[in-house]
Design a binder for this molecule. Structure first.
Ligand code: FEO
Length: 401
């Protein structure tokens, strides 16, 4: 059931309103690939001028919430243009409802957006294709379009309002963060950056080269940006440079002296090895985060990995291979294509090994450099073997430094 929020529309700039929706309860996004412990928002913006434009919409079940906010400002049928920055249904899902209310509105987006919308809704909406540099004059204000393919779908586009120095980049710079507040300076700074980082790590990480180029392109044309209003989470009004700089750092794969140890254990032997390895890392003054894949939220672990230089993976052996949930984790990580990381592998076994070999194979496919031979211990580690685990951690930390 959708819980509607009665919060009023919010004027983010003179005659430009947030008219989106707050999804307090969603806990899984993109199927079950992203956990949203703080919910999310679907942001869309109404620009009033001689002509009226709605930039993006919301996820379909929240269409009424958005329409009610629009109605507080204008009758929806007065909308002249609907800018579709992105086809994904969390932003386009309310388009059929909007079309019913304003059938004369012209939809605008990229050529890929036109294709994608048709393949989602099978409707012949009046759709105009726009390209980078195209301008839509609304009256006193202009909307300028900038294609942003693969940030994060082929259809993605940013919209910029030069008169207000306002960037509407859809998913980019967003966070899955449901709050009553609409602006960055109204919320807990640690929380908002944590959610922004999680968003980047789990969705945008594999697209880092494209993001880097796009930010450089924006810097080169030197457009002033006083506010960034993304399609999820809060609006960056106090210091938009803060999120741009964070994106630059993440896109450049900048890392800290930090190791993420992640393992799956059957009866606790692999866990014992993991803990000793972590002790060895700590003894060298290197940061460490230790996770049992079955006890943690994968979305949060991936976020921890975004700025960690080293990864260490472990598993008990089952049927001559690693356990299934660490396998699933590594498959997900492979898709994120982490660059410039170092790794090593450990595990326990009974009568025949196989887990470490399986993990090594997956790391090679992922392109992560394995910097020391894997550590494989039979059954439960004894005192000497625990020392070996500790030294293994020490050696990894030294190599990382
Ligand atoms: Fe928030 Fe790519 O949709």
């Amino acid at each position: 059931m959708v819980m509607e929020t009665k919060t009023k529309r919010v004027e983010i700039k003179k005659d430009i309103y947030w008219v989106g929706a707050i999804d307090w309860e969603v806990r899984n996004f993109h199927g079950y690939t992203y956990s949203t412990k703080r919910g999310t928002t679907y942001n869309c913006y109404l620009v009033l001028d001689e002509k009226i434009a709605l930039v993006d919409t919301v996820y379909g079940p929240f269409a009424n919430e958005m329409i009610e906010r629009i109605r507080e400002i204008i009758p929806p049928e007065k909308i002249d243009y609907v800018i579709v920055n992105h086809v994904e249904i969390d932003h386009s899902g309310a388009l059929p409802e909007i079309y019913k209310l304003c059938p004369k509105a012209k939809f605008l987006g990229t050529a890929k957006c036109k294709e994608g919308l048709y393949k989602h809704y099978y409707r012949d909406w009046d759709f105009g294709v726009v390209k980078t540099g195209d301008n839509l004059k609304l009256g006193k204000r202009t909307l300028t379009f900038m294609e942003a393919p693969m940030i994060h779908w082929p259809d993605s586009m940013f919209t910029y309002c030069p008169e207000e120095e306002l960037l509407l980049p859809n998913d980019a710079f967003g966070q899955h963060y449901a709050t009553r507040e609409r602006f960055d300076d109204e919320v807990n700074q640690e929380e908002v950056m944590e959610e922004a980082k999680k968003y980047y790590a789990n969705i945008l990480w594999p697209l880092s080269q494209i993001i880097l180029k796009k930010i450089e392109e924006i810097k080169k044309i030197n457009i002033p940006i006083r506010m960034i209003a993304p399609s999820h989470g809060v609006i960056w009004r106090k210091d938009p440079g803060k999120i741009i700089n964070a994106y630059l750092s993440w896109a450049k794969n900048e890392t800290k002296s930090k190791v993420v140890v992640i393992y799956e254990t059957m009866w606790g032997a692999t866990e014992k090895i993991a803990r000793e390895i972590a002790e060895g890392i700590i003894s060298e003054g290197v940061g460490v985060k230790l996770f049992d894949v079955n006890q943690v939220d994968r979305t949060e672990v991936i976020s921890e990995m975004l700025d960690a230089k080293g990864f260490i993976f472990g598993s008990s052996t089952l049927d001559n291979d690693m356990l299934p949930n660490i396998y699933g984790f590594l498959e997900f990580l492979k898709g994120l294509k982490p660059k410039n990381r170092i790794a090593s592998v450990f595990g326990s076994y009974g009568w025949s090994g196989g887990a470490v070999k399986g993990i090594e194979g997956m790391l090679k496919e992922t392109g992560i450099e394995i910097i020391q031979p894997s550590l494989s211990i039979q059954y439960v580690p004894d005192t000497d073997e625990l020392k070996q685990c500790y030294e293994y951690g020490v050696n990894f930390a030294r190599r990382l430094k």
